[in-house]
Design a protein around this ligand. Structure first.
Ligand code: ATP
Ligand code: MG
Length: 361
């Protein structure tokens, strides 16, 4: 899948801009605070329906303007598609000109993998970051997963709200059944995701780091089938009921799951150095590219914000070698000649105060 056009209106510091990326590596350079990250953010917004930087989409509207819009046109084996996100009184999404009634219809139209210096947190921070990593990838691969997750979150919120009062056993039982049903699907799907990505991540990591072993696994309810996980969750919910009542929160379910990340036996979440955590995060993202290709038939678009400068030379070279296989959108403040040479063919753009210009011709 490749992006053919990005069009912005009153988005962040862009009044209006139109960008036509090339097939391979696209480089956006510019000084600090010119709009490089904003551009990547807009692509991600059209891809997964939200910004990686903020949950308040009102911030995305250019200061002083009333509404913003982002359009991203992609071409895939299936043909051309365009996603438009309008941010005005509300957030509305259009796919090929038609407003979608459910956000799930957006998922998978523009498939992206995002890697920024912030993504280090998928290794370093709490389990929520790793669950989000799995969930965003899975939602792009399957709308069914998106809807299951939406239902699960609703059930969980309702059960937790109920726990704030003094629910009867009967009341709780109703929610336990729904929680176990949706929760089992999520744990099962994420567990499969973790198992499949583990192989890709190990291979990518060995390549990038020169032989280091990376092992990832899923930590959550056990079971080989959805039914098995569901009945396990039901039992666990029953057992944790008194505790749930006492703390007014649900202690059992996929909202507590995690993905383990180990290198040569050491838990990188707790003990990894900054550099190790960064490489593991990068390996996971590149593994996500491979997984999405193996599941979806095509590579997604890789979005790299400011990451080349953060890697040591060896990892940088390895990364550059790999990104040539995809359409990649990279931002950085400047590129040294030897890195430019390593990349080879580049489509270059210059970002300056909310404007973008082709600079390689
Ligand atoms: P860096 O190299 O420092 O990462 P960048 O080119 O990636 O810089 P961006 O993060 O894209 O910079 O932000 C560019 C500018 O956008 C900032 O100066 C910020 O003030 C501005 N900006 C952010 N939101 C809005 C908005 N809603 N309206 C107008 N300007 C905004
Ligand atoms: Mg930036």
């Amino acid at each position: 899948m490749i992006i053919e056009r990005i069009k912005l209106n009153d988005y962040r510091n862009y009044a209006s801009a139109e960008v036509f990326p090339g097939r391979g590596v696209n480089l956006f350079t510019g000084d600090n605070a010119q709009g490089k990250t904003n551009l990547l953010e807009s692509v991600r917004l059209a891809s997964v329906g939200r910004s990686a930087r903020t949950t308040r989409w009102q911030e995305l509207v250019r200061r002083g303007a009333k509404a913003a819009s982002v359009s991203v046109r992609v071409r895939s084996d299936a043909g051309a598609d365009e996603v438009t996100v309008r941010l005005g009184d509300a957030k509305t999404v259009l796919v090929n000109g038609y407003p979608v009634s459910r956000m799930g219809e957006l998922m998978g139209v523009v498939k992206t993998v995002l890697f920024t210096p912030d993504e280090l947190r998928i290794v370093k921070e709490g389990p929520g970051e790793r669950r989000r990593f799995a969930d965003i990838a899975l939602c792009q691969l399957s709308r069914g997963y998106f809807y299951t997750l939406t239902r699960f979150n609703r059930v969980l919120a309702q059960r937790n709200r109920l726990l704030k009062g003094s629910p009867t056993d009967e009341e709780l039982s109703v929610w336990d059944m729904q929680l176990a049903r949706e929760g089992a699907r999520i744990t099962y799907t994420r567990r499969q995701f973790a198992a499949r990505i583990a192989g890709f991540a190990a291979a990518v990591h060995a390549d990038i780091s020169g032989g280091e072993k990376l092992e990832t696994g899923y930590e959550g309810a056990e079971g080989d089938s959805i039914a098995e996980i569901e009945s396990g969750l039901l039992d666990a919910l029953a057992q944790s009921r008194e505790r749930d009542r006492r703390f007014s929160v649900t202690h059992v379910g996929p909202q507590r799951d995690d993905i383990s990340i180990r290198s040569d036996g050491m838990d990188l979440r707790a003990y990894g150095s900054q550099g190790q955590q960064r490489s593991a995060a990068l390996s996971l993202k590149l593994a996500e590219m491979e997984l999405m290709k193996s599941e979806g038939g095509e590579y997604p678009i890789l979005l790299l914000d400011d990451v080349l400068s953060e890697l040591d030379e060896k990892r940088q070279s390895k990364l550059i070698e790999r990104i040539k296989a995809y359409q990649t959108i990279i931002t950085c403040t400047h590129l040294t000649d030897d890195v430019r040479e390593k990349i080879g063919e580049i489509t270059e753009f210059r970002v300056r105060a909310g404007t973008v210009e082709r600079s390689d011709k």
